[in-house]
Design a protein around this ligand. Sequence first.
Ligand code: FE2
Ligand code: FE2
Length: 508
Amino acid sequence: MYVRDVIHKDIPRVDLLATYQEIAQVMIGREADTVFVENEDRKVLGVVRGYDLRRAAADGRDIGGMSAQELMMDMDRMPPVNPNLDLVDVIRLFRNMHSGQLPVVERGEVLGVVTHSNVLDALSQPGVADRLKDSWERKAASVINALSEGLVVMDRDHVIREFNPAAERLTGRSRTERIGQKAEVVSLDDSPAFRVLTTGEALYDVESKLKDGRTWRVNYVPLVEDGEVTGVIQTFRDITEDKRIEEELAKTRDELNEAFALTLPNSKVERKLKTTPEYRDNFDPTTGLITITEVISDGGYRHVVNALKVLADLNRKGIMHLMGMEKDILVQAVIFHDLGKAQPDLEVGQCVNPREAFEPGMAHAERSADFAANFYQKHPDVVTLIRYHHHPEDALGDCPRHLLPMLRVLKLADGLSASITRRSGNITLEVREHSVFVREQNNHPDHCRVYGINLLTGRQTVFERLPLSARAGSTSGWPGGPGGPGAPSGTPGDLTVRTQGPLSRVAD
Ligand SMILES: [Fe+2]
Ligand SMILES: [Fe+2]
């Protein structure tokens, strides 16, 4: 039964200036606990409840001198009772509102009032309780039938008591065939349902491999009545296709890594990179110390692969069309840039000062440049880029000017690779004229920001600081907002570089 079945349209009203006495007279005359306060256009603005009058008197306020406007509660503080609300739900509102009468409102208009006594009268009519129970059961059944997930309820004797249409579709068995029958195990392993019956503890997101080759994700929730486990509710969906896509993505990622590996010049370079460890860590901003959380034995190799991916993304965005950019030079510089790196031997859990534990970047930059020049006869520009890849912007005086834009790209790819691999960073890139815009978020406070770098001048501008470790990909952080004056053209959300693979620490 609904509010519309018991609504009273003739509501007791007073105007805004009505006195306490006038309000009380209306309450007594209409046997009402609540009167409605309306303005000169007969629009109801609020209600005065008997509770409000008693409350004001108890507080010692001079209610004799107060108007309805001063005593009333505004309509927007009243609970939303609409004509289609179930009467069972209204009972709770009477108690919460200290009132036996509540206004019924639809689209901002007061239609009438619903009273506590009318609701109780309606609900106590013979047969109503049974009808309500039937109605709730019908609602529950329609929800269960509409679920896209399979739902099976098994009692403590392992007999199936409920089997919804999605379960019929997923199992290929009919409801009539299964209800009343013993449950069957369809997975390769024993079903956790039996364990849940014993322990009474729910299990969620259990991946279950089926005998027919499919994979389901299943929730097992105990059915508890009067404190006793009387059955198990199982909901499940087929994730075979999701798993297939996941595996394909992993395969594509591996193939991509292999393709990048093909750019490596020989097995000696590959071996050096694959045996140079890198470290994943947690940074403590108060002490400046890092705690090693993971050792990646082939971290040097992963760092180069990720830097090449960043370079490939910048290439897709047109950076190689800019004056001063030579793709082959940059690729070679990325491959050889850390070849001379000498890493310390650290263990998981070790807490160190990174400035003391790691060799200064300029030392391995010199060494790498020498290797590239003398063992691999690399182009002089490649060697120079490698030599300067750890020099700060204000110490590049000796670096040939024509290489500066490429050096800035190399340093950017190097740093972003470190962010991605070492700190699970999410990076979004955009190229606009001679500037690269970067949105970077990871677990280090210095690397959570939106910034731009002009490749010709080296000028860096930070537009916004971002919270730690939040997911990147939102477009809101672009300077001026998406489409704003500073925003790159295109859709930044499409440009996220999500480089995969184990994470490595890179002293970039
Ligand atoms: Fe380096
Ligand atoms: Fe590096």
